[in-house]
Design a protein around this ligand. Structure first.
Ligand code: CO8
Length: 258
């Protein structure tokens, strides 16, 4: 299916979704957000997809929400219409792992979109920032909450209050990204990680995603109990039997998602 703002390829059980509005540095407009949520829901439901990579261009992952589209809106428009709320919720419903492969600018909503993914692999050209303060607004897709959990209060305040960008090295140092790779290798490195994940049991992958995400939303004690119960529950699966038998028999496990 052809999209106006995305290029989508499904190959080797990996869905590669490329944001494609080069004229606006992949700014997130209504069309892009609606196509993105539809594609992600379809990938989540597609048995041929085991991992999703979200990426942009060499110059920009995404330079934020579309300022041209927002500039003339009123409070009644954005609050009354609950601007981007359904899309933000839809992104959180994706159960398959999502890797953000970021080159160039990931600013404002672009940085927030990358943080909604399960982890970020950055090209050495990546620049992250929350410059909304320069526009007279605050982040709206989770930036004040997620960036603070990733990098701590001091750096998050610095980023949000000054609107400065951080480069890939700083983003790796402070834990915003899992690793930095040369820009030319970004997609191949993301594919390698995706292929590793695609080889695991899909049940276990979903359990990991739920457990790690739960750590952001609950107390330590509740999170530990949630994790322990998931660990116990996975003993009801054939994949646990297969995984442990394969280790003991010194062979590669053949998971069947059961
Ligand atoms: N929106 C719309 N158009 C954009 C955006 C954007 N965010 N960013 C860039 N563009 C457009 C430019 O207007 C320009 O178009 P044109 O050629 O027609 O003038 C084209 O992309 C190329 O951009 P530049 O010429 O500016 O390229 P530079 O290389 O000189 O600069 C920058 C690149 C530094 C990335 C610069 O474009 C920039 O500062 N962009 C804006 C970044 C920004 O402020 N982002 C935050 C937006 S607000 C936001 O994201 C809030 C999210 C929360 C929403 C959720 C609500 C619930």
């Amino acid at each position: 299916m052809a999209y106006e703002t995305l290029i989508v390829e499904i190959e080797d059980e990996i869905a590669l979704i490329r944001l494609n509005r080069p004229e606006a540095l992949n700014a997130l407009n209504a069309k892009l957000m609606s196509e993105l949520t539809a594609v992600l829901a379809a990938a989540d439901a597609n048995d041929k997809v085991r991992c999703i990579i979200l990426t942009g261009s060499d110059k920009a992952f995404a330079a934020g929400a579309d300022i041209k589209e927002m500039a003339e809106r009123s409070f009644v428009d954005v609050f009354g219409g609950d601007f981007f709320a359904p899309e933000a919720e839809a992104l959180l419903r994706v159960r398959k792992p999502m890797i953000a492969a970021v080159a160039g600018y990931a600013l404002g909503g672009g940085c927030e979109l990358a943080m909604i993914c399960d982890f970020i692999i950055a090209a050495d050209t990546a620049k992250f920032g929350q410059p909304e303060i320069n526009l007279g607004v605050v982040a709206g897709l989770g930036g004040t909450q997620r960036l603070t959990r990733f990098v701590g209060k001091s750096k998050s305040m610095d980023m949000h209050l000054t609107g400065r960008n951080m480069d890939a090295a700083e983003a790796e140092r402070c834990g915003l990204v899992s690793r930095v790779v040369p820009a030319k290798d970004l997609i191949s490195e993301a594919r390698k990680s995706a292929a590793k994940i695609a080889g695991k049991s899909a049940l276990t992958v979903m359990a990991v995603k739920e457990a790690v995400n739960r750590s952001y939303e609950t107390t330590l004690r509740e999170g530990l109990l949630f994790e322990r119960r998931l660990f116990h529950a996975l003993f009801a699966t054939e994949d646990q039997k297969e995984g442990m038998a394969a280790f003991l028999e010194k062979r590669t496990a053949q998971f069947r998602d059961r």
